[in-house]
Design a protein around this ligand. Sequence first.
Ligand code: PMP
Length: 460
Amino acid sequence: MKNYDTKQHSTQDWQGMDAAHNIHAFVDQKKLNAAGPRVMNRAKGLYVWDNDDRQYLDGMSGLWCTALGYGRHDLIDAATRQMEQLSYYNMFFHTTHPSVIELSELLFSLLPDRYSHVIYTNSGSESNEVLIRTARRYWQVVGKPQKRVMIGRWNGYHGSTLASTAMGGMKFMHEMGGMLPDIAHIDEPYWFAHGGNLTPEEFGLKCARQLEEKILELGSENVAGFIAEPFQGAGGMIFPPESYWPEIQRICRQYDVLLCADEVIGGFGRTGEWFAHQHFGFEPDTITIAKGLTSGYIPMGGLILSRRMAEALVEHGGVFAHGLTYAGHPVAAAVAIANIKALRDEKIVERVKNDTGPYLQRKLREVFGEHPMIGEIQGAGLVAALQFTADKATRKRFANEDEISWRCRSYGFEEGVIIRSTLGRMIMAPALVATHAELDELVEKTRRAVERTAQEYKIR
Ligand code: PMP
């Protein structure tokens, strides 16, 4: 590996320059400027080093994206070769290029025949923006133009652009000017927090039937689609009860509502299947992809359409008035091809399903199963969540759960592991190439972070 000069500036200098110009994501910028952000400098495999050469095991794959880990030369070479050959072209003006054609061939070789077309974008948010227009356009061409409403879920996350924010269910984002008309929400299937005395299966059905109630309230003739993450990511890595997805699918079919899976996190092997809807056993009409498509080496996203939708759109004719300058970017496509080939040919997805996934899930249950502060462990493959609780028997949540999980995350950094905190839950989603030894380290460092949190909050 080329030896980059990590001491180009002191950390303090970087922080000062950063504060002078950069607005960060989802943070109180004033507080961040006072504290100073961590300056990450280089990475290899599952490890990231900061500007002071402190090493961290990245338990979050960057932001759920670095499926192959950092610094893979096959991806770097693919980008370099493509930049030399055709650094940019677009899909406007009746043109295309081999890189994007080959990528789509590869992508649909991973999927059953019921999916046939993709609209490329540069991110998850953009893909979900495209979804709204595509879903509405679909209903126009099949003669039901009044079907416009998209139903999402409270606490769901579909991106930070205006329409993806509106379909998401983060109220604090809506309050910042983030709502739009023709969008509705139903509750999230978060049994631990909201299940009350119902069994998970009863609760899963109850949540799913809210969709039916909402469709009936709005009139099915007005509803275009229902969007959800197969497992909820940013909203706390919440796996719905098993009864949930089959019932959601039944309802969507019955009322002719498009079932739209946001697989920005779940896609490309995270659960041990290529796509998370396969893990849960349902068949969406659209699949939103990003992140793991390129292992985060370069931005790329897309909206996959079922054959039924794509054929209706294409056969109808007429201009689909939509286009992004960088959609299907040749360099991004070349990286995505190398990424998918590595996931496929190195049998990484199979390993997550049969080996490393079960290994991580078993270890987490061994280590945290009896922990008095951990009320629930959820996950599959290489994604998992630990739920903090003040009382396991009654599933009582801490009043200050946000603060507690934030502390745990900070202890994680001190222990040399990056795990994510959401309201009362600790999340991990390491790169899919993680070895047993790296997963052992992830669990052990997380255990120490949880233990220090338990000591601080006097729970043993
Ligand atoms: N959908 C889901 C499920 C996501 O988790 C995210 C990002 N975390 C997005 C959409 C938005 O993707 P992006 O940040 O690439 O716009």
